[in-house]
Ligand binder design. Structure first.
Ligand SMILES: CC(C)(COP(=O)(O)OP(=O)(O)OC[C@H]1O[C@@H](n2cnc3c(N)ncnc32)[C@H](O)[C@@H]1OP(=O)(O)O)[C@@H](O)C(=O)NCCC(=O)NCCS
Length: 176
């Protein structure tokens, strides 16, 4: 169970722990993220802090009972005038030791709640590697529907991976 786990927005002072968490995510699940460990390991803490303080984004952290950061999810609001009704959900991650306890679900629920507080946001979308079944199941359970598949969206070590595009309205009344 996710009892004892709290979800809260990360702030400027969390750059170091966010960097450590995401580097762990890229090395635990290289197939799940477009960014690679190698690309991101070279970025200094300041770069991560800037991500957390970017006003067009919200980064949520999941903390265990000892206040250790064990998961995260990120919202990135679209900026162009005709796209301001949309927000992207990205970088959803729960450390392996804490998986299957409902923390991923809580992160997505809190992300939906945060998006309802963002001005004029109506739709959340995301992309996910097509064969990442735990993630696709989580997003489907949370009301996301698949609207597209990018064939060979990524290539790694000679292998290709398709990515699904998924969406849902952010309204609490919406049921997929
Ligand atoms: C995908 C991911 C975020 C899911 O996180 P999670 O915390 O394990 O998710 P949940 O616990 O909410 O749900 C996972 C499973 O646990 C089950 N579960 C949830 N609460 C539970 C509980 N209290 N007891 C037992 N099982 C539970 C869910 O039913 C679900 O099962 P299913 O996948 O067979 O349907 C996590 O596996 C992860 O970080 N993966 C790598 C990164 C990644 O793929 N990110 C997405 C990129 S788009």
């Amino acid at each position: 169970m996710s009892v004892g786990v709290s979800i809260k927005p990360l702030t400027a002072s969390d750059g170091g722990i966010y960097r450590a968490l995401m580097l762990r995510a890229y090395s635990e699940h290289p197939e799940a993220f477009t960014s690679t460990f190698e690309e991101r390991a070279g970025k200094p803490v300041d770069w991560w802090t800037k991500r957390l303080t970017d006003p067009t984004t919200v980064t949520l952290g999941a903390f265990d009972a000892t206040e250790a950061l064990i998961g995260s999810a990120r919202l990135e609001a679209f900026q162009r005038a005709r796209e301001r009704h949309k927000v992207a959900l990205a970088a959803v991650y729960v450390m392996k030791d804490y998986a299957n306890r409902g923390i991923g679900r809580r992160l997505v629920e809190e992300a939906l709640g945060a998006s309802r507080r963002m001005n004029a946001v109506e739709i959340m979308n995301l992309t996910v590697t097509a064969d990442n079944l735990p993630a696709v199941r989580l997003f489907s359970r949370m009301g996301f529907q698949t609207f597209g598949r990018e064939i060979r969206a990524e290539r790694s070590e000679g292998a290709y991976f398709d990515r699904l595009s998924m969406w849902r309205p952010v309204s609490a009344d919406y049921i997929a």
